[in-house]
Every structure is written in structure tokens, then in C-alpha cells.
Design a binder for this molecule. Structure first.
Ligand code: DX5
Ligand code: ZN
Length: 222
């Protein structure tokens, strides 16, 4: 599978007091990864619909919205209207995962399903026909700046093999990995089959983001 590798800086690691500048500082990346947390599914609260709505007009970047919220079907249409392009829900907290994915598609958006480090990759095989992207968490969701969990690599490999062996290649399903990814481990992540790479602190903790993003891209190509 030779998919284009996409880099998605996570604004969770940005300085919110100058959010517009922070977003513009990563405009040479592919997606903007937007972490929404409800304080119930994860032990943290970030931001929600009004923030997404207010940053929508300032950039053309693709908004990759990662919903870490319980029963996400309640808010999917609102996130779509606010300007999300890809909406990812967690398999662990959907009342009906397939219905939720179809709801995202019916809003004209790309549908993603995410799993936590302890959730088996097999648990989402039954919805592969309804997904554009699978997000494999490589940290426990809730916070940026955590250490990468290698179990995510095994899951991505199993998933890539499964997609190959079961004729899902023409479906063009992306594999995203999120949490603890940096310049030292990103090559392993890409080699495991992931092609959408989220990085928060490994980009926003450095003053020259344009350069950092180029350094990531160099790792993809070597
Ligand atoms: C964690 C979030 C991640 C996080 C990644 O719950 O889903 O997207 O922002 O941050 P880093 O790259 O710092 O681990
Ligand atoms: Zn995320």
C-alpha cells in the first residue's frame, strides 16, 4: 500500500491565547487535528463546537476532528455544521457505531472510528464498509505529551494485513495514529502501515513549526 503520508498537528498543544497564529504556523501540514474532550469519556476537558466554528474561517486546512465524547451521535451534526471535514468517534462510547458512522457520512463528511490502546483492533472489523479512517490511539486519550505505547504498532500491522487480505484496498481506508509520536519514532509508525500521523507536542513545542513539519516529512521519505 503506497498511500500518501499526511501530517496532522494537534492544536491541543497550541497556545490558545494566540490560536489563529498557532494554526497559521502549521499551514504546511496536511490536516489540523482537533481534540474534543468531554471530561467523561476522558479525564480532561478541551474545547468544543464554538471554537471550531470560530477557527473555520481563518484557514483552508482540513479539520480532522477527534471526538473523545460519550454518545457522540448527539453532536455529530453540530460538528459537521461547525466546519469539521473528518469526524472520528470512539468505538468504546457509541450506542450504535454503524449508525453513527452513517450519520457522519450523511452530513457529507468523512467518517473515522477510533480505538483506545486496550481496545482490540478486531472490534472494528464489522464496520470497515462504513469508515474512511481508523484512528489507532498510541496513548490513553485525554492528554498530550504522553509516552508512545508500542502496542499501537502491532494493531496497525494487523489492520493493514487484514485490509490487504480482505479486498478493502479499493476502499482507500486511512490508518491514523495519535499520541506520543515524534521524529524518533515516526518512521516505525509509518512502517506499521499508518498514513495519517498526528503530532502535538513534537510540533508545537518548537518555535519553528514550518521547519519541524519539513523534518517530519523528510522522515517519511527516507
Ligand atoms: C490525546 C489526543 C492527541 C494529543 C497528541 O488524547 O488525542 O491528539 O493531542 O499529543 P502528543 O503528540 O503530544 O502526544
Ligand atoms: Zn487526538
Amino acid at each position: 500500500m503506497n498511500k500518501q503520508i499526511k501530517l496532522a498537528p494537534s492544536i491541543l498543544a497550541a497556545n490558545f491565547s494566540i490560536l489563529k497564529n498557532e494554526i497559521n504556523s502549521v499551514s504546511n501540514a496536511d490536516y489540523l487535528h482537533i481534540d474534543v474532550m468531554d471530561g467523561i469519556f476522558v479525564p480532561n476537558i478541551s474545547f468544543g463546537i464554538p471554537v471550531i466554528k470560530s477557527i473555520r474561517p481563518i484557514t483552508n486546512m482540513i479539520f480532522d476532528v477527534h471526538l473523545m465524547i460519550t454518545k457522540p451521535h448527539r453532536y455529530i451534526e453540530k460538528f459537521a455544521l461547525a466546519g469539521a471535514d473528518i469526524i472520528t468517534v470512539h468505538a468504546e462510547v457509541c450506542e450504535n457505531l454503524q449508525d453513527d458512522l452513517r450519520l457522519i457520512k450523511s452530513c457529507g463528511k468523512k467518517a473515522g472510528v477510533a480505538i483506545k490502546p486496550n481496545t482490540e483492533i478486531k472490534s472494528i472489523y464489522s464496520v470497515l464498509q462504513d469508515v474512511d479512517m481508523i484512528l489507532i490511539m498510541s496513548v490513553e486519550p485525554g492528554f498530550g505529551g504522553q509516552k508512545f505505547l508500542p502496542i499501537a504498532l502491532e494493531k496497525a500491522k494487523s489492520l493493514s494485513n487484514f485490509l490487504h487480505q480482505n479486498d478493502f484496498l479499493q476502499n482507500n481506508i486511512d490508518i491514523e495514529m495519535d499520541g506520543g509520536i515524534n521524529l524518533s519514532n515516526v518512521k516505525l509508525v509509518v512502517n506499521s502501515g499508518a498514513n495519517v500521523i498526528v503530532a502535538g507536542s513534537a510540533i508545537f513545542n518548537f518555535p519553528d513549526r514550518t521547519k519541524k513539519i519539513l523534518e517530519f516529512r523528510e522522515k517519511f521519505s527516507c
